[in-house]
Ligand binder design. Structure first.
Ligand SMILES: [Zn+2]
Length: 437
């Protein structure tokens, strides 16, 4: 496990114990602020206001401050550029956080993502695509989203987890079309080992428009994938998500997540893209939906995965690992927490349950539903990890909760839904740049 992930675990765990933020350091006074203030009427802002945003304001982003912390513009030999890697997240008048951007990474699509820690506890993930930024901040048990809304404006919102959309139970419905056999790997000498799951994210024009344009929605996708990878790493999962492509598809949406998922599963255009990019799993992003997302049960994958291993997700759920990562967890064989009415039979194994410790422990993991007041934390269930003093999984009982074991076992299976060696040539330039160590 890379050392930066280990440090992230330690720091994330530590923020639980810190009840209040104390803005004292001189660094916070000297660091550039990420947001400039603007006054923008709700009418002037593009996009809809999700019901789960407790409070929000609009602002501009100080891109030069971020550019100074970008690969290629930093100090040589991996040293921290003086002052450039520290920014002030002036989210609200009463929430101003000092963030240290510890790593910047160039993604396969050539975009930049940053991961940083908050001095007073917590973390931040940011992604930039062209002129658009997106990100998520965790601090003191709260979650904030940074979303582009068009015309150079951003909405900074605090999330109310009690008002988030829920998710339908996946139904093990029979196939509506005849199964097709898997395409055989052309290069059988280099089968994928499961260290990476190749992801294709498609979105329609309605979702793109609501996210402020192509750069806006792609920044949210990049940021969401980075959040998922951070959650996988800190949970003890070996595999990472490799975002091989983001593509707009020309299709409307019904507002019914089952209908939209069904279209995406069988659309020949999406299947062509999936084969072109050798994508193991596929997401289809819509703007509307009666639930935040839906996915095919994992056990259908083994039947035929030309049509399966696909999820529908609303674009306003991309920045929440409890939504984007939740559906991805299902695609990798994870089940909900055991008392949430979801029985083994549609997941990988008897220990594939998520974790919800309410009421004795008010936290729940990524693949659990919003049925208790428990706060969702960016971890997958793992009996070997303690969060705020309690294990966030179990080996025994009626619903053993070990999504980490589950994903570590299913990753190599899913990674071979399409073999990476069969990918048509695309430009992949992974680049890790440690800013501070
Ligand atoms: Zn679910």
């Amino acid at each position: 496990m890379p050392i930066r992930y280990l440090l992230s675990i330690a720091r994330l765990c530590s923020f639980v114990a810190i009840a209040a933020f104390t803005p004292t350091s001189q660094a916070s006074q000297a660091a550039p602020q990420l947001f400039g203030n603007i006054q923008l009427s709700a009418k002037a802002a593009a996009g809809q206001q999700p019901a789960w945003i407790k409070r929000y304001r609009y602002g501009r982003v100080n891109m030069p401050a971020l550019s100074a912390a970008s690969p290629g513009k930093s100090a040589k030999s991996g040293a921290a550029p003086a002052g450039a890697a520290v920014i002030e997240l002036n989210l609200f008048a009463d929430v101003t956080l000092t963030a240290r951007l510890e790593s910047a990474r160039k993604t396969p699509s050539g975009n930049l993502v940053w991961h940083g820690v908050i001095d007073s506890g917590g973390e931040v993930v940011l992604a930039r695509v062209g002129d658009s930024l997106a990100g998520t901040v965790y601090h003191a048990g709260k979650q904030y989203h940074i979303e582009y809304v068009g015309n150079g404006n951003y909405r900074i919102g605090e999330i109310d987890p009690t008002r988030q959309l829920t998710e339908p139970e996946p139904s093990a419905s029979p196939l509506t079309k005849s199964p097709q056999s898997l395409p055989q790997a052309k290069n059988s000498k280099s089968l994928d080992d499961g260290s990476e799951i190749d992801l294709l994210v498609t979105y329609n024009q309605t979702a793109r428009s609501a996210a402020g344009g192509t750069n806006g929605i792609q920044a949210k996708i990049e940021s969401g994938v980075e959040l998922i990878n951070q959650a996988l790493a800190r949970s003890g999962i070996v595999t990472r998500i490799n975002l091989v492509a983001m593509e707009e598809v020309s299709h409307g949406e019904t507002g019914n997540v089952f209908a939209d998922l069904n279209w995406a599963k069988y659309d020949p255009g999406i299947l062509k893209l999936r084969n072109q990019y050798a994508a193991d799993i596929v997401f289809y992003i819509t703007q509307t939906g009666n639930f935040f997302g839906v996915v095919d049960p994992f056990l259908n994958h083994g039947n035929v995965n030309n049509y399966h291993a696909t999820s529908q997700l609303r674009q306003d759920s991309l920045l929440d690992v409890g939504h984007f990562g939740h559906e991805l967890g299902h695609l990798l064989g994870c089940d909900h927490a055991g008392d949430q009415g979801f029985a083994h039979g549609r997941s990988w194994s008897y220990y594939s349950f998520g974790y919800d410790g309410y009421p004795s422990h008010p936290y729940r993991t990524v693949v659990s539903k919003t049925v208790t007041p428990a706060l969702q934390i960016p971890y997958f269930s793992n009996p070997g990890i303690a969060y705020a003093g309690h294990a966030i999984g179990s080996n025994g009982g009626p619903h053993p909760a070990d999504n980490v074991r589950t994903i570590n076992e299913t990753a190599a299976i899913v990674a071979r839904f399409r073999n990476s060696a069969d990918r048509n040539p695309i430009n992949i330039v992974p680049f890790i740049y440690p800013l501070l160590f």
